[in-house]
Design a protein around this ligand. Sequence first.
Ligand SMILES: [Zn+2]
Length: 65
Amino acid sequence: MAERREIAPNEDPVCGMTPDVEQARAKGLTTEYEGREYVFCGKGCLLEFGDDPEKYLDPAYTPSM
Ligand SMILES: [Zn+2]
């Protein structure tokens, strides 16, 4: 299995922000991947993650805006 970065339950894996999880769920800004939930600050990050989740979960990736 591939190595994964440590990502907090409320951390946007793309940009590193920490959006409110309840609000993100209410807005549909969450996704499930490999059995866990990821939250996003906005649709842009959600779509980017959807395009290539492995890129953002790789330990070599550094979140940035
Ligand atoms: Zn974001």
